[in-house]
Design a protein. Structure first.
Length: 164
Protein backbone atom coordinates (compact mmCIF):
# COMPACT_ATOMS: atom_id res chain seq x y z
CA UNK A 1 0.00 0.00 0.00
CA UNK A 2 1.40 3.39 -1.00
CA UNK A 3 2.15 5.85 1.80
CA UNK A 4 -0.27 4.26 4.29
CA UNK A 5 2.13 4.93 7.15
CA UNK A 6 2.43 8.63 6.27
CA UNK A 7 -1.30 9.28 6.77
CA UNK A 8 -2.30 10.52 10.19
CA UNK A 9 -5.84 9.23 10.57
CA UNK A 10 -7.64 8.27 13.76
CA UNK A 11 -7.86 4.58 14.70
CA UNK A 12 -10.83 2.92 13.07
CA UNK A 13 -10.94 5.29 10.09
CA UNK A 14 -12.45 3.61 7.03
CA UNK A 15 -12.89 5.13 3.59
CA UNK A 16 -16.29 3.92 2.45
CA UNK A 17 -17.88 6.64 0.28
CA UNK A 18 -21.31 6.33 -1.26
CA UNK A 19 -21.66 6.40 -5.04
CA UNK A 20 -22.91 9.99 -4.81
CA UNK A 21 -19.92 11.00 -2.67
CA UNK A 22 -17.47 9.50 -5.16
CA UNK A 23 -19.01 11.55 -7.97
CA UNK A 24 -19.67 14.83 -6.16
CA UNK A 25 -16.76 15.10 -3.72
CA UNK A 26 -13.97 13.32 -5.59
CA UNK A 27 -14.51 12.85 -9.33
CA UNK A 28 -15.97 16.32 -10.00
CA UNK A 29 -13.04 17.88 -8.15
CA UNK A 30 -10.51 15.78 -10.05
CA UNK A 31 -12.01 16.73 -13.40
CA UNK A 32 -12.05 20.42 -12.41
CA UNK A 33 -8.43 20.34 -11.22
CA UNK A 34 -6.06 17.59 -12.38
CA UNK A 35 -3.81 18.39 -9.41
CA UNK A 36 -6.55 17.43 -6.95
CA UNK A 37 -5.40 14.50 -4.87
CA UNK A 38 -7.63 12.66 -2.44
CA UNK A 39 -6.07 11.26 0.71
CA UNK A 40 -7.66 7.86 0.12
CA UNK A 41 -7.62 7.64 -3.70
CA UNK A 42 -4.53 6.91 -5.74
CA UNK A 43 -4.07 7.41 -9.46
CA UNK A 44 -3.27 4.49 -11.78
CA UNK A 45 -3.23 3.47 -15.42
CA UNK A 46 -5.57 0.47 -15.39
CA UNK A 47 -4.26 -0.73 -18.75
CA UNK A 48 -0.73 -1.15 -17.43
CA UNK A 49 -1.70 -2.93 -14.18
CA UNK A 50 -3.19 -6.31 -13.51
CA UNK A 51 -5.89 -6.28 -10.81
CA UNK A 52 -3.76 -8.25 -8.33
CA UNK A 53 -1.10 -5.50 -8.57
CA UNK A 54 -3.54 -2.75 -7.57
CA UNK A 55 -3.74 -3.32 -3.78
CA UNK A 56 -0.10 -2.32 -3.34
CA UNK A 57 -0.67 0.81 -5.45
CA UNK A 58 -3.65 1.87 -3.31
CA UNK A 59 -3.40 4.55 -0.66
CA UNK A 60 -5.58 2.54 1.73
CA UNK A 61 -8.06 -0.31 1.92
CA UNK A 62 -7.98 -4.00 2.71
CA UNK A 63 -10.72 -5.40 0.48
CA UNK A 64 -11.78 -2.41 -1.64
CA UNK A 65 -9.40 0.06 -3.29
CA UNK A 66 -10.22 3.41 -4.90
CA UNK A 67 -8.39 5.05 -7.79
CA UNK A 68 -8.59 7.85 -10.31
CA UNK A 69 -7.67 6.82 -13.82
CA UNK A 70 -7.73 8.44 -17.22
CA UNK A 71 -9.90 6.80 -19.82
CA UNK A 72 -7.99 5.19 -22.64
CA UNK A 73 -9.73 5.25 -26.00
CA UNK A 74 -9.52 2.06 -28.05
CA UNK A 75 -9.27 4.15 -31.24
CA UNK A 76 -8.07 7.78 -31.36
CA UNK A 77 -11.27 9.10 -32.97
CA UNK A 78 -13.69 6.59 -31.45
CA UNK A 79 -15.74 6.47 -28.28
CA UNK A 80 -14.98 2.89 -27.21
CA UNK A 81 -12.82 2.49 -24.13
CA UNK A 82 -9.75 0.26 -24.14
CA UNK A 83 -10.05 -2.09 -21.15
CA UNK A 84 -7.27 -4.56 -22.01
CA UNK A 85 -4.24 -5.28 -19.84
CA UNK A 86 -1.19 -7.43 -20.54
CA UNK A 87 -2.83 -10.57 -19.09
CA UNK A 88 -6.54 -9.98 -19.64
CA UNK A 89 -9.39 -7.50 -19.94
CA UNK A 90 -12.22 -5.86 -18.01
CA UNK A 91 -15.67 -6.75 -19.35
CA UNK A 92 -18.81 -4.75 -18.56
CA UNK A 93 -21.68 -6.64 -16.94
CA UNK A 94 -25.28 -5.48 -16.72
CA UNK A 95 -26.62 -2.01 -17.36
CA UNK A 96 -25.04 1.23 -16.23
CA UNK A 97 -26.68 2.64 -13.12
CA UNK A 98 -27.62 6.27 -12.66
CA UNK A 99 -26.28 8.18 -9.66
CA UNK A 100 -28.32 11.07 -8.32
CA UNK A 101 -27.41 13.91 -6.01
CA UNK A 102 -29.86 13.85 -3.10
CA UNK A 103 -31.81 16.70 -1.64
CA UNK A 104 -35.11 18.25 -2.71
CA UNK A 105 -34.72 17.89 -6.47
CA UNK A 106 -32.80 14.83 -7.55
CA UNK A 107 -30.16 15.67 -10.12
CA UNK A 108 -28.40 13.07 -12.25
CA UNK A 109 -24.68 13.56 -11.55
CA UNK A 110 -23.04 10.38 -12.79
CA UNK A 111 -23.14 6.81 -13.94
CA UNK A 112 -21.77 3.58 -12.48
CA UNK A 113 -20.61 0.67 -14.61
CA UNK A 114 -19.73 -2.76 -13.19
CA UNK A 115 -16.89 -4.67 -14.83
CA UNK A 116 -15.38 -8.11 -14.20
CA UNK A 117 -11.79 -9.04 -15.03
CA UNK A 118 -11.17 -11.95 -17.42
CA UNK A 119 -7.72 -13.48 -17.83
CA UNK A 120 -6.69 -14.28 -21.39
CA UNK A 121 -8.11 -12.76 -24.55
CA UNK A 122 -11.72 -12.29 -25.64
CA UNK A 123 -13.85 -14.16 -26.41
CA UNK A 124 -12.18 -17.09 -24.64
CA UNK A 125 -11.05 -15.32 -21.49
CA UNK A 126 -11.58 -16.93 -18.09
CA UNK A 127 -13.70 -15.03 -15.57
CA UNK A 128 -11.91 -14.09 -12.32
CA UNK A 129 -13.13 -12.84 -8.96
CA UNK A 130 -11.95 -9.26 -9.58
CA UNK A 131 -14.74 -6.67 -9.85
CA UNK A 132 -14.47 -2.98 -10.70
CA UNK A 133 -17.09 -0.26 -10.36
CA UNK A 134 -16.33 2.55 -12.77
CA UNK A 135 -17.81 5.97 -12.03
CA UNK A 136 -18.12 8.73 -14.61
CA UNK A 137 -19.64 12.18 -14.64
CA UNK A 138 -22.90 12.67 -16.47
CA UNK A 139 -24.00 15.71 -18.45
CA UNK A 140 -22.88 19.17 -17.54
CA UNK A 141 -21.74 20.53 -14.24
CA UNK A 142 -22.67 23.97 -12.97
CA UNK A 143 -18.97 24.81 -13.21
CA UNK A 144 -18.39 26.12 -16.76
CA UNK A 145 -14.73 25.07 -16.96
CA UNK A 146 -15.66 21.41 -16.35
CA UNK A 147 -17.86 21.10 -19.44
CA UNK A 148 -15.20 20.25 -22.00
CA UNK A 149 -13.53 17.78 -19.72
CA UNK A 150 -16.80 16.02 -18.95
CA UNK A 151 -17.56 15.67 -22.64
CA UNK A 152 -14.11 14.21 -23.30
CA UNK A 153 -14.39 11.84 -20.35
CA UNK A 154 -10.84 12.39 -19.17
CA UNK A 155 -11.16 10.90 -15.72
CA UNK A 156 -13.14 8.11 -14.16
CA UNK A 157 -13.15 6.95 -10.58
CA UNK A 158 -12.91 3.25 -9.86
CA UNK A 159 -13.44 1.04 -6.87
CA UNK A 160 -11.85 -2.38 -7.22
CA UNK A 161 -12.29 -5.48 -5.08
CA UNK A 162 -11.96 -9.21 -5.26
CA UNK A 163 -14.84 -11.49 -4.31
CA UNK A 164 -14.11 -13.96 -1.58
Amino acid sequence: MADADSLFLPPGFRFHPTDEEIIVHYLQRKVADERFGAVAMGEVDLNSCEPWELPRKAKMGEKVWYFFCQKDRKYPTGTRTNRATRDGYWKATGKDREIYKGGGGRVLVGMKKTLVFYSGRAPKGEKTSWVMHEFRLQGYSTLPYIRTRIKNGLYVGSSIRTKG
